[in-house]
Write a protein that binds this ligand. Structure first.
Ligand code: URA
Length: 240
């Protein structure tokens, strides 16, 4: 990236604090650009060319950040909400200043894989209805899920608003009064998995996303935890 940007913006986007905090740090002489203490937090720098040191720590500039979260139930997939905590509220402080947002939505009571980023282009590509990025959910269902349900999902079922879903793949893990399944869908209609089961007369009791494109939920992440994607995962995701 050849562009110059305001110093306070670069530092804020790199997790050093809010713009206000950064202004104070600059005033206090804690920021050094190319060997010189600077006094103007609005000065323009090129993060790829200028060396920036804050409190002795060298800036490793990253324009974009990609986080995998194991979303817990009870938080909303949004950047702001007037009633509930959001997924952005629960990311660790070091990622707070990146202007991240969730890529798509999981219902408040849904758990599992959620990607957060500030890369609008990647988010747009992953969410584009034309791209049909597959998403796999694990679910516990009230009622006996059968092969007939699998065949219905493979052909597409009619939702309550008359929409016919694209072919989806059902794997039955346990078929009983309470069933356990995995379902892979290639679109993301509102409450889609829940409504697909309603279409075959059953109720989703628990829902967790486990996969999105090539990206799989890391088993070591506890509910509410997140971590940055590895380079490999990011590459795979871009291929999705
Ligand atoms: N389908 C649903 O019903 N809810 C989700 O959160 C995701 C998919």
């Amino acid at each position: 990236m050849a562009d110059t940007q305001r110093l306070d913006k670069v530092l804020a986007n790199s997790g050093f604090g809010t713009r206000k905090e950064i202004k104070q740090m600059v005033k206090a002489g804690q920021v050094v650009v190319d060997g010189k203490v600077v006094k103007d937090s609005g000065m323009h720098i090129n993060p790829d060319k200028n060396e920036v040191i804050v409190n002795g720590k060298k800036l490793e500039y990253k324009q974009f950040i990609y986080l995998m979260m194991n979303k817990p139930a009870g938080v909303v997939s949004a950047t702001w909400d007037n009633k509930f905590k959001t997924v952005v509220d629960i990311v660790p402080d070091e990622y707070r200043y990146f202007n991240i947002f969730p890529v798509g939505r999981l219902d408040r009571d849904t758990e599992g894989l959620l990607l957060l980023t500030n890369d609008g282009q990647l988010a747009h590509d992953l969410l584009s209805p034309r791209k049909h990025v597959p998403k796999t959910y694990y679910a516990e269902i009230e009622g006996k899920v059968t092969e007939e349900d699998g065949m219905a999902f493979a052909q597409g079922v009619i939702l309550d608003d008359g929409y016919k879903t694209l072919p989806a793949q059902l794997v039955i893990l346990k078929s009983d009064k309470q069933s356990q399944i995995e379902l892979t869908i290639v679109e993301g209609k509102f409450h889609q998995v829940k409504r697909m089961f309603e279409a075959v007369g059953k109720k989703v009791k628990y829902l967790k996303r486990i996969k999105m494109g090539f990206l799989e939920l890391d088993q070591v992440l506890e509910l509410g935890q997140c971590r940055e994607l590895t380079d490999e995962e990011l590459m795979q995701l871009r291929k999705s």
